[in-house]
Design a protein around this ligand. Structure first.
Ligand SMILES: [Fe+2]
Length: 268
């Protein structure tokens, strides 16, 4: 398990000018971490509005925070998990980026750990977050297959049908690339399943499979603690999660549900 020290970012002190410090961290590292942020919806959304407009969640339904349509709440819930509602399951979440298909692309994505839940679980079951720098993924893909890389990127740059009928490319050029692998990535969590059903033999489907599996290989695994607020450049970083244990029963006690709760917001 890596920890937050392995990320190219220093936690931003609570006594600093947080907006200025976050702006500088995003410019330098495409990532910013603010620890010990208070779990208050108004304060949270006020803070985020310095970096963009908190977008209402397109998915709607039971994952939306009751006090704000912009907050998507990820928390284990047995009944919702049985209906395969993605915010409520206890299984792993493959690396992906913000679900939004808006154009222009929303610039930032926020993850805010409200309650880190049960950490005393076996490896891979403590709900560690996965953070993926897409340039690391593309570089690894090039190293593994130098001859096929250009073709794979071309397949990712082609528009593909997304759930709901909109066509978008998965990989796109950035206006100020910082290196040969600094491309933007838009990877909705349900895209691969959709492509497998719609275009099973298509080169773009195979390319998205490769992008996803490589992302899992190079992901940095970090355990966010209650109060940790992470802002990510939505072009350059993806996110995911290892499994959580949803419920347990300890000797002589009533069954318990894992209180782990994370809020996510996309900024447009
Ligand atoms: Fe997500």
């Amino acid at each position: 398990m890596m920890n937050l020290d392995t990320l190219p970012v220093a936690p931003i002190a609570t006594n600093s000018d947080q907006v200025e410090a976050v702006t500088a961290a995003l410019a330098a590292h495409s990532l910013a971490l603010v620890p010990r942020f208070p779990a208050e919806t108004d304060r949270f959304l006020d803070f985020l509005s310095n970096f963009g407009e908190p977008l209402h969640y397109y998915g709607d339904g039971t994952g939306t925070h009751p006090s704000s349509g912009a907050i998507w709440r990820i928390k284990y819930d047995p009944a919702q998990a049985a209906r395969r509602e993605i915010h409520a399951v206890d299984g792993p979440l493959m690396p992906h980026s913000s679900q939004s298909l808006r154009d222009p692309r929303p610039p930032y994505f926020c993850m805010f750990m409200i309650d880190h839940g049960w950490l005393d679980m076996p490896t891979g079951k403590s709900g560690a977050s996965l953070l993926v720098r897409w340039s690391d993924v593309l570089e690894r893909m090039h190293t593994v297959d130098p001859g096929g890389y250009a073709e794979i990127v071309a397949a990712l740059e082609a528009s593909v049908p997304h759930p709901g009928g909109i066509a978008r490319p998965v990989v796109y050029r950035l206006t100020s690339p910082r290196g040969p692998y600094d491309l933007g990535v838009r990877l909705k969590s349900d895209l691969l399943e959709h492509l497998r059903s719609q275009l099973p033999e298509h080169p773009s489907t195979r390319a998205v499979e490769l992008l996803s599996t490589t992302a899992l290989e190079v992901a940095q695994r970090i355990q966010l603690r209650s109060g940790d607020l992470l802002l990510l450049d939505n072009d350059r970083w993806g996110h995911g999660r290892e499994s959580v244990v949803g419920r347990r029963r300890r000797a002589g006690r009533e069954p318990e549900l894992n209180p782990r709760e994370l809020w996510s917001v996309t900024l447009g």
